[in-house]
Design a protein around this ligand. Structure first.
Ligand SMILES: C[S@@+](CC[C@H](N)C(=O)[O-])C[C@H]1O[C@@H](n2cnc3c(N)ncnc32)[C@H](O)[C@@H]1O
Length: 284
């Protein structure tokens, strides 16, 4: 279901019946119905954020068809997370310690596969979860090109709001530029799912756009932005500050957190992001 079909159901199924039933609504008038429809859709979004998911999957497909996030090199944040918090590469074929079996890593929003390739080559066993079918196709092509064997990595084309994994399975999870690329209500649901799927003491790396790096677009009732720039047009950008991070990541301890800004020489902010490594609390 998407927002358009929910709205159609209101106009063609709900209002005609409600307006005929005495005592429910007596000729509410068109503008009252428009207003009520908006409130109902917003309420549905709050309790069932997945209602919008199909719309957003389409917008992300369109963005990947324009190759806007078809990226090939891993983000510096993910490389730093692996080197600092898991194991450091010390030579061409040496690391600070050996893995037994490749440890599993869950990637939320695996996009066109740049981190899946990096993680597989760094000795992990990655599983990517990604809303856009087009991104998943691009990721599979990149993995094949980079000679990552089909059984060395899984990609699931689903929303991360509902993860098909048992509790406490993954020692590690990463999510780069993704939890800020969805409505805040959805991000809250995704974080709860990651918390469930990561084992106690497991690490979760995230990077998140900061609220001093505003883009172009209309801001909705929850303070999230519907992007109107061509880049990622029609998707949702939500913004983070330290209060929101503390609120959303309950159940995790913050191992480290940095805010990195890129400015012009005239101090105009071009980019501003948080990079956080979180640790699932024991029993939390
Ligand atoms: C800015 S892109 C980043 C992609 C990738 N992490 C990277 O760094 O290259 C944001 C990604 O989040 C994905 N996404 C948004 N909502 C999602 C959801 N509910 N479940 C899974 N992926 C989602 C989008 O499809 C998109 O691939």
């Amino acid at each position: 279901m998407n927002r358009d079909s929910a709205e159609r159901a209101l106009w063609f199924e709900v209002w005609p019946v409600a307006c005929r039933k005495p005592g429910i609504l007596r000729s509410p008038g068109y503008s009252a119905m428009v207003h009520a429809s908006k409130m109902i859709l917003e309420a549905i979004m709050k309790v069932a954020p997945d209602v919008l998911t199909d719309d957003l999957a389409e917008k992300w497909d369109e963005s990947y068809q324009r190759f806007e996030n078809t990226l090939f090199f891993p983000s510096e944040g993910v490389i730093r997370f692996v080197n600092k918090h898991i194991r450091r590469r010390t030579g061409i074929d040496s690391y600070t310690h050996a893995f037994g079996a490749p440890p599993e890593v869950l990637e939320i929003g695996s996009g066109a596969g740049r981190h899946l390739v990096f993680l597989a080559k760094a000795g992990f066993r990655p599983t990517g979860v990604e809303l856009s079918a087009v991104a998943c196709e691009q990721a599979r092509a990149l993995l094949a090109y980079e000679d990552v064997k089909a059984d060395a990595c899984d990609i699931l084309n689903i929303s991360a709001t509902d993860l098909p994994f048992e509790d406490d399975r993954f020692p590690y999870a990463v999510s780069s530029a993704t939890l800020d690329s969805m409505p805040t209500t959805t991000a809250r649901a995704v974080i709860a799912e990651v918390h469930r799927a990561v084992r106690p003491g497991g690490l979760f790396f995230v990077d998140l756009i900061a609220d001093d790096a505003l883009r172009l677009g209309a801001v909705d009732a929850d303070g999230d932005q519907i992007v109107t720039e061509t880049h990622e047009s029609g998707t949702i950008q939500s913004y983070f500050n330290t209060d929101k991070i503390t609120d959303l990541f309950t159940g995790f301890n913050i191992r480290d957190i940095y805010k990195m800004q890129m400015t012009t020489v005239d101090n105009e902010i071009r980019n501003s992001r948080f990079y956080a490594t979180l640790e699932k609390r024991d029993g939390g």
